[in-house]
Design a protein around this ligand. Structure first.
Ligand SMILES: C[S@@+](CC[C@H](N)C(=O)[O-])C[C@H]1O[C@@H](n2cnc3c(N)ncnc32)[C@H](O)[C@@H]1O
Length: 220
């Protein structure tokens, strides 16, 4: 770890997510419970609503980066989107997402793949749209060098999205300004999704930030 890395945490390690999803997979098998929806149901509804409002073709190719239990993809499939891929580096997360997709009857619209976004992920074609809900947050807590991992994340994102491709990120670790600072060279912000606000000590802020970016054509 270098001196100026972001705050390292167990939440930035694969071991942490392996143990979370091993537990959640067991719980699903025993009780049929889908597990945690990061940032709540509202965070999914906002993304799905925004996409529906754009009237994008239902065949738009969409990748959910660090899909976890895949619930965002389930909601998108129920809205009619049919070209969906979820990737996660935890095999139990992908097993859980697969079980949930089967239970919800959306397996035909959703592909799932075990892949490390910063390593093994090498899709044959670029995507129209990328989604991230909590994954960049996890990457930016990686104790093995968070700044370098964030740089790798943005590089991979440039590589796997089409020029002018859309990227929607929901984050609880980063403010709008901080996200703009990190992604601004390669991506321009085009929209901000409304998120709940909180007030403390006379100041009002957002606990979650959700931004829509467009990949610049100059990004390589
Ligand atoms: C905070 S959870 C969010 C899960 C899901 N997006 C959601 O909203 O419920 C972060 C997810 O990112 C995954 N993840 C973290 N780093 C990853 C990487 N380098 N490649 C693929 N998945 C990763 C974790 O396994 C975990 O599923």
């Amino acid at each position: 770890m270098s001196d100026d890395d972001f705050s390292p945490s167990a939440l930035g390690t694969k071991e942490h997510w392996d143990s979370v999803y091993s537990r959640e997979l067991k719980t699903f098998q025993e009780y049929g419970d889908e597990g945690e929806i990061w940032f709540g149901e509202g965070s999914m509804t906002r993304v799905v609503r925004w996409l529906n409002a754009q009237k994008l073709p239902l065949t738009t190719s969409i990748v959910d980066i660090g899909t976890g239990n895949g619930m965002l993809l389930v909601e998108l499939a129920k809205s009619g989107y049919s070209n969906l891929l979820g990737i996660d580096y935890c095999s139990d997360a992908i097993a859980l997402a697969r079980n949930i997709c089967e239970k919800e009857g959306v397996s035909e619209s959703v592909s799932l793949q075990v892949a490390d976004f910063l390593g093994s992920f090498s899709p044959p074609e670029q995507f129209d749209l990328g989604l991230d809900k909590g994954t960049f947050d996890a990457v930016s807590l990686d104790p093995s060098g968070s700044k370098e991992k964030c740089r790798q994340y943005i590089q991979t994102l440039c590589r796997i999205l089409k020029p002018n491709g859309i990227f929607i990120i929901t984050s609880c670790n980063w403010t709008k300004d901080e996200l703009l600072k990190q992604f601004g060279n390669e991506f321009e912000v085009t929209d901000e999704l409304p998120t709940p606000t909180f007030s403390f000590g006379g100041h009002t802020g957002h606990s979650v930030t959700a931004l829509v970016f467009r990949r610049r054509t100059t990004c390589s």
